[in-house]
Design a protein around this ligand. Structure first.
Ligand code: S3P
Length: 425
């Protein structure tokens, strides 16, 4: 098990156009190329474990993949049955979206994942897919991987989801595209909308009005994708927090998607007092640009709305909360319990080890701002827990155990962190 130590720092200036490419968009780029006719072109694909697993699965499904080290091209020939077990590794996004994609494909498919993914709930997608005719099964009556799928014809649906989840929404949209009629999907709060933007860009008919998404079955194959994946705001956010909590520091984060469903955590950091500006420099499926974050004294905040817009950033935001004056509260975030780790427990336990007092709730927690102290914390195999506490180390020094998981989403994290402070591995 590898560990890393980070030293505290007085101040830093950080500028990078090398933040990890967006994970959600990379997964989708590889998968959606399978639905297109012709060659899809993907630049700046995230070369991290999660998304490389998705790319490998797309290859097992019969797509021709060419990678020149910079641009990946994918040419599909429809979805072919595979003799391989399709291994999604650590990725819930991979597994849930493939359920939607493969439910209507001809053949039999088996999806599996690592020890963490095999513990995460899948019924949120397998149940609504079964309701429309999908033949899906797995342990615990289809809740736990390995999952088996036998492609079937799918009925049109109207589905009201109880959770604001882009993974569930995307799985259902992918199923709807190959169903027998117009489908309607409702969600309780708008979740990230990359699937809708990208598929519409490829020619699918999808109409979104408020929390309702209407999807028409495909009449023809989609046009190929031509995309440069922007930087991932969830990865960029670690450096935003780093700058916000370190006096006299600045982080300039370039080429990041500024999709409103993805930058809510930056807005919360602004509400806490950080000085943040956004400059749009490009537009491809979504607005893309530079986020500049400057340190300032931080004050406590309550986070209880638009949770799905910042769910992945809550561990890092908790580090900012630990450095703020007053008691911050996170509510309505029960989804944190079923991420790569139970992030309510792993954040609270690790903050306590760093001398910060907390209160744990079923759907969130409170963080009493104070003085972080150096500790030895564990990532619990969760990449975002590992990176959040390494960033906390900029204030007080930190030792983090079990850091291999960072490779699932941000393989060059340590190169970039090394531009802010001294890191020993
Ligand atoms: C993702 C959706 C979110 C997010 C995950 C990526 C996606 O999960 O936490 O990291 O790419 O669709 P949920 O859909 O479960 O909220």
């Amino acid at each position: 098990m590898m560990r890393a130590c980070v030293e505290s720092v007085e101040s830093f200036t950080f500028k990078s156009d090398a933040i990890a490419p967006d994970k959600s968009i990379s997964h989708r780029s590889a998968m959606f190329a399978v639905l297109a006719e012709g060659e899809s072109r993907i630049e700046n694909f995230l070369r991290a474990e999660d998304t490389l697993n998705t790319l490998k699965i797309v290859g097992h499904l019969g797509a021709k993949i060419h990678d020149d080290g910079s641009v990946i091209t994918i040419t599909s020939n429809g979805i072919q049955e595979s003799s391989e077990i399709l291994d999604c590794g650590n990725s819930g996004t991979g597994m849930r979206l493939f359920c939607g994609l493969l439910s209507s494909a001809e053949g039999h498919f088996v999806l599996t994942g690592d020890e963490y993914l095999k513990r995460r709930p899948m019924k949120r997608v397998t149940q609504p897919l079964r309701n429309i005719g999908a033949k899906l099964d797995g342990r615990a009556d289809g809740d736990l991987a390995p999952l088996s799928i036998r492609g079937a014809s799918l009925k049109a649906f109207t589905y009201e989801s109880k959770i604001a989840s882009a993974q569930v929404k995307s799985a259902m949209i992918l199923a709807a595209l190959r169903s027998d009629g117009v489908c309607t999907y409702f969600e309780p709060e708008l979740s990230r909308d990359h699937t809708e933007r990208m598929l519409k860009g490829m020619g699918a008919r999808i109409e979104v009005e408020g929390l309702t998404t209407k999807i028409w079955p495909l009449e023809a194959t989609l046009s190929p994708l031509n995309i440069r994946v922007p930087a991932d705001p969830s990865s960029a956010f670690f450096f935003a927090v780093a700058a916000a909590i370190t006096p006299n520091s600045t982080a300039v984060l370039e080429g990041v998607t500024l999709n409103p469903t993805r930058i809510e955590a930056f807005k919360v950091l602004e509400r806490m007092g950080a000085d943040i500006t956004y400059t749009v420099t490009d537009e491809r499926y979504e607005p893309i640009g530079t986020i500049t974050v400057k340190s300032a004294p931080l004050k406590a905040v309550v986070v209880e709305e638009n949770i799905s817009w910042l769910i992945d950033e809550l561990p890092a935001l908790s580090i900012a909360m630990a450095c703020a004056t007053g008691k911050s509260i996170i509510k309505n975030a029960e989804e944190l319990r079923v991420k790569e780790s139970d992030r309510i427990k792993t954040v609270v336990d690790n903050l306590n080890l760093c001398g910060i007092t907390t209160e744990e709730y079923p759907d969130g927690y409170a963080v009493n701002g104070g003085i972080l102290s150096k500790a030895c914390v564990n990532s619990y195999g969760d990449h975002r827990i590992a990176m959040s506490f390494l960033v906390a180390g900029l204030r007080c020094g930190m030792e983090v155990e079990d850091i291999e998981c960072i490779n699932t989403s941000f393989p060059n994290f340590f190169d970039l962190l090394g531009q802010c402070t001294k890191v020993v591995r």
